[in-house]
Design a protein around this ligand. Structure first.
Ligand code: MTE
Ligand code: MO
Length: 349
């Protein structure tokens, strides 16, 4: 059977589409199925004038034309990007924002220049504390006047971490325009908002960046549940997802494979378990591929069903630090970081 899956559309202007998890068939997500998350309309990029500049708390302002970046030493890293709003649709009560289900997550091989190599050319001054990254896309937000650009910052230690790269290639080809051509930041292990697309300006600063995509969005705000100051959203939480079967699917008796993914941007995932009795008993799944630090990892489980009925299937992952996914999501106002145990119901005839 010829099967040609499509992205699942949430919005077209700006474009927000998710990867159809049920089509999961390789570790690397096919480019045409890689999720897309944009806050604004696409920018206009004129390659005759495009270059990457670094200014701020640096010894010398530098400017890198595209062809200079291409000639610099390149690093290649497999990195999974996951939107902080992935699985938002499963929060109770619901939270505002794109109602992402399972697929605001995808995996690719990124190749580009290490950010630290560029910062080294500029020379970081003693007072530097953060590095901000400005994308070329801009537009209006409903909560403030005027136009804003998509800008995010990183603490200096993460900026100089050699895994942080300015990607010029995705899966061996020049970065597709929708994923940030000509250059995008890739911050391995962090939720996707950190990986700024259509990058053109880097600024090393002494102050903490206060832009809306830093302090209004992408913070865990737990009021009124807890009285606490909102914490910034950073690394990917421990999570696991069933790609197949799907919720309410009808299956035949016999062998049915359950397949999915697991990820954490913190400690390596060491175990994924499945339950077919609503969480009363759990069995380990098998890995389909080796552990890789910043990558999701696919697992499978051979389910031999002999009795017809309705089954409540659950999946949970555990990491090397002893954390295990829980039944309840850590509810927050903006609906970030959903990582409760996934529950699907299937019917066996
Ligand atoms: N310039 C720019 N960079 C951006 C965004 C954006 O809207 N503009 N969205 C961010 C968010 S929230 C995510 S999840 C990822 C999505 O990357 P992708 O569209 O390549 O999957 O890009 C990030 N980088
Ligand atoms: Mo995102």
């Amino acid at each position: 059977m010829l099967y040609s899956p499509y992205l699942i559309t949430h919005k077209m202007m700006p474009e927000n589409q998710e990867f159809p998890m049920l089509s999961l068939s390789s570790r690397i997500t096919p480019e045409n199925l890689f999720y897309i998350r944009n806050h604004f309309q696409y920018p206009i990029v004129d390659m005759r004038s495009w270059g990457l500049s670094i200014k701020g708390c640096v010894n010398r302002q530098v400017y890198f034309p595209y062809h200079d970046l291409l000639k610099m030493p390149q690093a290649t890293l497999p990195v999974t990007l996951e939107c902080a709003g992935n699985k938002r649709a499963f929060f109770h009560p619901k939270t505002r924002g794109e109602q992402w289900e399972l697929g605001a997550i995808s995996h690719a091989l990124w190749r580009g220049v290490r950010l630290v190599d560029l910062l080294y050319v500029a020379g970081i001054q003693m007072n530097a504390r953060e590095v901000t990254f400005e994308g070329m896309d801009r537009g209006v937000r409903t909560d403030m006047p005027g136009e804003v650009s998509y800008i995010r910052s990183l603490p200096l230690d993460q900026a100089i971490n050699p895994v942080t790269i300015i990607a010029l290639y995705m899966n061996g080809k020049p970065l597709p325009f929708r994923h940030g051509y000509p250059a995008r930041l890739i911050v391995p292990g962090w939720y996707g908002m950190a990986s700024v697309k259509w990058l053109h300006q880097i600024t090393v600063t002494e102050e903490q960046f206060q832009g809306p995509f830093q302090v209004v969005d992408y913070v865990y705000d737990r009021t009124p549940i807890a009285q606490s100051t909102p914490e910034p959203v950073t690394t990917i939480s421990l999570n696991s997802t069933i790609a197949r079967p799907t919720d309410e699917e009808v299956l035949a008796k016999g062998v049915n494979w359950v397949v999915g993914t697991a990820i954490s941007g913190r400690d390596p995932v060491v175990l994924v378990e499945i339950s077919t009795d609503n969480g009363n008993s759990w069995l380990p799944t098998s890995w389909l591929e080796p552990q890789e630090t910043y990558s999701w990892r696919r697992w499978c489980w051979k389910w031999h069903v002999t009795e017809s009925g309705t089954y409540d299937i659950k999946v949970r992952a555990a990491d090397a630090a002893g954390n295990i996914q829980g039944e309840l999501a850590d509810w927050n106002v903006k609906g970030y970081g959903y990582n409760a145990i996934q529950h699907i119901r299937v019917h066996v005839d």
